[in-house]
Structures are given as structure tokens and as C-alpha cells.
Design a protein around this ligand. Structure first.
Ligand code: CP
Length: 293
């Protein structure tokens, strides 16, 4: 694999293979075993032009666990602040010796541009409202470790779908693995043209779902938190009580407590949010191994 800009390039077999590899790596990490240093002597550059906690740190640890050298650019203290263009910045980092670049940017399409400018393997760490491929992969890993089979699971993706790059990847990955997706949101956050079922009635949908996948309101991309949204779509304790007894809650993080999820729901045993974060490192190891060899 030359890079990972979009999950649309991954067919069901490739997805399943990557999920299986990530899950094996997760088991190894849990046993405190050291994986093969498959990227020894290689250099992974983390270029995050937008804030991140989970994605940046887990890519950094994933690269180190595979034996790679890691470069982490801090845009605020880089020469970008002296007027260096994005293209010149990434060409400089390529010249320093990066073999793989992980790129997050507020604009759609920047990881693709970086791949074209540098000719290097580029992994999309989240671009604008476009895609966040490794988030969708780690979500699939989390689901595959929780359920015996994914075929036929009913997943409700709830919230600010139009501004979400997580949804941009997730809505391709889940159906390719046989899951049935319903988009649950106020009308203004439902995409106009979608192959998925849609509803504005979260309360009616809750008892039907195996998985409630909550999204953060993307205020940095134009999403607006309203009392009406919180009242009708927040997963609070009464709504949690109406979920199927075996249904689970996912959220890509960061969570906004008191907006899309109530405090006590975030802490409940039905929430696999921490498990998603744990699966981030092995998933990104599997991706780096696939693109960095
Ligand atoms: N889910 C996610 O991308 O989180 P970060 O912004 O913390 O990386």
C-alpha cells in the first residue's frame, strides 16, 4: 500500500486483513510483547497542522513500537510562522529524511497534495470535513473485538454528520463490513445525498440499534450547539435505559460531556470509548507497516 488517504481505496478483504492484523497487534501489546521492528531505520514524520491528542500520540507510539525514527512538527514554532509555504515545509521535511508522512490539516485534500508533492507514503490523519481513515479502522477493530460477527449489526451514527471527517470514512467502512447504517441527526446535519437510511427521531431509533456511534459537534467547522440539539440528541441516562441490553456506545473523541453525551453515560459500562483509544496504537501500527515497508 503506497499510502492511506481515503478508505474508499480499501475493499472488504483488505479491510478485514487490516482489522485482523491490528487485533493481533493489540493482543501482543496487551501481553507486553515487542512486535517485529518492521520500520527500523525508517523515519515517520507527524505533521499535524490542527490540534490532536489521540491520533498524533498513537501514531507516534505506533511508529516507535515498530522501530522507526519519529519527527514531530510543531507548526506554531516551525518556519511556517516565518512565511514558508506548506509545499516548501513538507518538501523540507522530505529532504530531512522522512519516509512516511502522517498529515492532519484543516483543509480537505491536503494529504493528497502532500503525497503528490513529495512522492512519499502519506497517511491521512484527518483532513477538513473529508476523511479520517485510521479512526474508522480503529472503530472497526473495536467492533470486531466486541462482536463475534459484524454482518447485519445496526449502527446509528448520531450528530453533526455533515461536518464530520470521521463520518466521511466510517460511512464507507461499516457497510463494506456488512453493517447496516442509519444516520440520526437534525435535518441540517443530514447529508442531502446519501445511500444510508436517515432519521431525525433519535428516540424512536434507540431501541433498534446495536451500536450508538456519537459524533462531536464540530464547532471549528461550522457546527453550532443548540439547546434543541442537546435536548433531542444527547445520549443521557433515560435514553441509555432505552438502548438494547447488549447495545454499545462508541465515540471517536474528544467527547464534549453535557453536549452529545451525558457525564454518567460516558462513564457507563456500555461505553467502549476508552477501548477505541486503546485500539488506536495497534491499528496505526498495522497501517504504518502496510505503507512503510
Ligand atoms: N478522534 C480524534 O481524531 O481525536 P484527536 O483529535 O484527539 O486526534
Amino acid at each position: 500500500m503506497k499510502g492511506l488517504i481515503t478508505v474508499r481505496d480499501l475493499g472488504p478483504d483488505q479491510l478485514r486483513a487490516m482489522i485482523e492484523e491490528a487485533s493481533l497487534l493489540r493482543d501482543m501489546l496487551d501481553r507486553h510483547e515487542e512486535p517485529d521492528p518492521a520500520l527500523q531505520g525508517r523515519c515517520v514524520a507527524n505533521l499535524f497542522f490542527e490540534p490532536s491528542t489521540r491520533t498524533r500520540l498513537s501514531f507516534e507510539l505506533a511508529a516507535k513500537r515498530l522501530g522507526a525514527h519519529v519527527l514531530t512538527l510543531n507548526p506554531a514554532t516551525s518556519s511556517a510562522s516565518k512565511g514558508e509555504s506548506l509545499r516548501d515545509t513538507v518538501l523540507t521535511i522530505a529532504a530531512v529524511g522522512a519516509d512516511v508522512m502522517v498529515v492532519r490539516h484543516l483543509e480537505d485534500g491536503v494529504p493528497q497534495s502532500v503525497a503528490e508533492w513529495t512522492g512519499l507514503a502519506v497517511v491521512n490523519g484527518g483532513d477538513g470535513t473529508h476523511e479520517h481513515p485510521t479512526q474508522a479502522l480503529l472503530d472497526a477493530v473495536t467492533l470486531s473485538r466486541h462482536y463475534e460477527g459484524l454482518e447485519g449489526l445496526r449502527v446509528g451514527v448520531v450528530g453533526d454528520i455533515t461536518h464530520s471527517r470521521v463520518a466521511g470514512s466510517l460511512l464507507h467502512v461499516l457497510p463494506r463490513l456488512g453493517m447496516d447504517v442509519t444516520l440520526v441527526a437534525p435535518t441540517n446535519w443530514l447529508p442531502a445525498d446519501t445511500p444510508h437510511q436517515t432519521t431525525t427521531d433519535f428516540d424512536a431509533m434507540i431501541p433498534e440499534l446495536d451500536v450508538v456511534y456519537l459524533l462531536r459537534v464540530q464547532t471549528e467547522r461550522g457546527g453550532r450547539i443548540t439547546d434543541s440539539y442537546v435536548g433531542n440528541f444527547q445520549l443521557d441516562e433515560p435514553r441509555l435505559a432505552r438502548m438494547r441490553p447488549d447495545a454499545i456506545i462508541l465515540h471517536p473523541g474528544p467527547i464534549n460531556r453535557g453536549v452529545e453525551i451525558a457525564d454518567e453515560v460516558a462513564e457507563s459500562s456500555r461505553s467502549l470509548i476508552t477501548e477505541q483509544v486503546r485500539n488506536g496504537v495497534p491499528t496505526r501500527m498495522a497501517v504504518l507497516r502496510a505503507v512503510g515497508l
